[in-house]
Design a protein around this ligand. Structure first.
Ligand code: MUC
Ligand code: MG
Length: 381
């Protein structure tokens, strides 16, 4: 009889880690990030780790850190008890039947399943998706201090130290003309040394967006992310066809069905593919396939996760033939502390794919205990 490895235990925790500065988005200002971590213990003694993290409590999307944790503890973990650990696809199908939505919660568990499987097989997760085609990818940084001068100083330092030369500016909080002036100042300061893009996080009406896109492309901004609310696909389509500046879908992309709707409407030039928003690595790979089939540009997005989910995303995106707009997988750099035993490497304007089995990273247990909600808050030296 073949001995089947089973899922024994699924454990969750929330870590609260401060950010290096206020991160000012149109819908929320982040001063710390609440990362939901999952650890799965398997019957053969192996383990897998995962993460499902959102931005700004409930300000960004329908899942909060607390709802992610409770969906896993109350519904997902009991459903997967004793499940064949190697049957990741079967587990995903079961979860899609039993749990509607809750994509970020599913992502956290799915990452831990892939991590466990990769470790048991002695291969990186990228191998489970057909193999990596690259070891590093260009990585953007987000300028979102809320102040133009601070953003300029930050950008110039990043260029000087060869950490980033792609910048995403968070706008949408101020009047459109003030936002365009802010972007113009930053573009003028960096010149041709950097690519400037913006993310409006759905804050504009179609009328605002018409003025905004016209102004942004005049000042040399290359791309605008999610200018209007996610459900306004007709407005996105109008903006995509009316201006040269690239329009990127983010909040509009919650899994492969949304990807098909955006592609069919020609409602974007580029997909910001986020593993958490897609519902995990498998669903993100399906979003990528839809984008590729529709001839759209691809960009690896982030929910400002820790190094854990960032590593999982790197495993998947390293298997993608062309990421036309690079990545923004810089999450760990926005946090004041590192929770991985070995940090992800950022150098020469790129992020490197962690080498190793599973997602390729391990946690620092003292940091987990320190930042865990209800944890000791004492760091062993
Ligand atoms: C978003 O909407 O894209 C990604 C980078 C960043 O600074 O915020 C996120 C969220
Ligand atoms: Mg975005």
């Amino acid at each position: 009889m073949i001995d089947v490895t089973k899922i024994d235990q699924i454990e969750t925790m929330i870590l609260d880690i401060p950010t290096i500065r206020g991160h000012v988005l149109s819908m929320a200002t982040m001063r710390s990030q609440a990362a939901v971590l999952v650890r799965i213990k398997f019957s053969d003694g192996s383990e897998g780790i995962g993460e499902g993290t959102t931005i700004g409590g409930l300000a960004y999307g329908p899942e909060s850190p607390e709802s992610i944790q409770s969906a896993i503890d109350t519904y997902i973990a009991p459903a997967l008890a004793d499940w064949d650990a190697d049957d990741v696809n079967g587990a995903l199908q079961l979860l899609d039947k039993l749990v509607r939505g809750n994509r970020i919660a599913k992502t956290a568990v799915e990452i831990a399943l892939w991590d466990g499987l990769g470790k048991r097989l002695g291969v990186p997760v990228s191998q489970l998706f057909g193999g990596a085609v690259t070891t590093k990818m260009p990585v953007a940084w987000t300028l979102a201090s809320g102040n133009s001068e601070t953003d300029i100083a930050e950008a110039l330092e990043m260029i000087e130290t060869r950490r980033h030369n792609i910048f995403k500016l968070k706008i949408g909080k101020r009047a459109v003309r003030d936002d365009v002036a802010h972007v113009a100042r930053i573009k003028e300061a960096v010149g041709d040394a950097a690519s400037i893009r913006v993310d409006v996080n759905t804050a504009w009406s179609l009328q605002d967006a018409r003025w905004g896109l016209k102004g942004l492309q005049e000042v040399g901004c290359e791309l605008v992310e999610q200018p209007v609310p996610a459900r306004y696909l007709d407005a996105m389509a109008e903006l995509t066809s009316s201006y040269e500046i690239a329009v990127m879908a983010d909040e509009a992309l919650n899994g492969p069905e949304d990807a098909l709707a955006v592609a069919t409407h020609r409602a974007a030039d580029v997909f910001a593919v986020k593993i958490a928003q897609s519902g995990g690595l498998k669903r993100a790979s399906e979003v990528i396939s839809v984008g590729q089939a529709a001839g759209l540009g691809l960009y690896a997005g982030t929910m400002l996760e820790t190094g854990l989910s960032t590593a999982a995303a790197l495993q998947l995106f390293s298997t993608v033939e062309t990421l036309h707009w690079g990545t923004e997988l810089f999450g760990p750099l926005l946090l004041t502390d590192e929770i991985l035993a070995e940090p992800i490497v950022y150098r020469d304007f790129c992020v490197e794919v962690p080498q190793g089995n599973g997602i390729g990273v391990t946690l620092d247990p003292d940091k987990i205990e320190f930042y865990r909600r209800g944890g000791s808050r004492i760091l062993k030296s």
